[in-house]
Design a binder for this molecule. Structure first.
Ligand code: NAP
Length: 187
């Protein structure tokens, strides 16, 4: 999430905040039209919509009406580190989703071994990118709600990476042995 906060000179209270999430925009208006996956069950879409609406509202409400940022926040190392992590994670996520999409020709529903980018290190490269992205957001915002979002993202898509990893190992005899599930070299 990119956030712009204007503060007056004497106070750290935000006076004119604006927020926009490039990740949500990408997932809603780009990913959805490019995917070559199987149809998604309606219940999954409904649950995802409820989660995104509630979480988006809570994160936005916290950032716009509860969080207090000092003027020095804009030039702080924490914001720079968090923002950099966010951009790196977003890039990994988009690149990995692109690699997965390229594994199928239009109309095909087959599974192949993904190669390139972070897939050389982990089976769930797209999930790894997403988690890094929201960890960056948590570091930049440095608050309970932002860390809670990063934590629950890890809880929800971390197991998907593990499941994909196990499935690849069972499906492909020549699956790269050194590739981990979610965290490069570790897990
Ligand atoms: N922030 C969050 O809480 C959250 C939650 C969920 C997802 N996401 C993000 O949404 C994106 C998609 O999530 P997802 O769970 O659908 O990811 P996924 O299970 O990895 O699937 C992504 C797409 O690639 C296809 N695919 C996967 N592995 C393949 C292979 N080996 N060969 C050919 N095609 C393959 C899938 O087709 P099939 O559908 O036919 O398997 C699907 O169309 C990711 O970027 C993820 O990070 C975010």
């Amino acid at each position: 999430m990119i956030m712009k906060q204007q503060t007056d000179e004497t106070s750290s209270v935000p006076t004119h905040p604006e927020t926009i999430s490039p990740c949500d925009l990408t997932m809603s208006f780009v990913y959805a039209f490019l995917t070559r996956g199987r149809p998604v069950p309606l219940t999954t879409i409904v649950y995802a919509a409820i989660f995104c609406s509630l979480n988006g509202f809570l994160q936005g409400h916290h950032l716009l009406h509860c969080a207090r940022f000092q003027d020095t926040w804009l030039t702080s190392a924490r914001l720079a580190a968090g923002f950099s992590l966010f951009v790196v994670g977003l890039s990994i996520n988009i690149h990995s989703d692109h690699i997965l999409r390229s594994l199928r020709r239009p109309g095909e529903v087959v599974y192949r071994i993904p190669h390139g980018g972070m897939f050389e290190f982990v089976s769930g490269a797209n999930f790894f990118g997403e988690i890094v992205e929201w960890c960056g957001y948590a570091v930049a915002g440095w608050s309970l709600p932002t860390f809670a979002f990063a934590f629950f993202t890890l809880c929800s898509i971390g197991p998907r990476a593990y499941h994909h990893h196990r499935d690849y190992q069972q499906r492909f005899e020549d699956y790269p042995r050194c590739r981990k599930a979610l965290i490069p070299f570790l897990l």
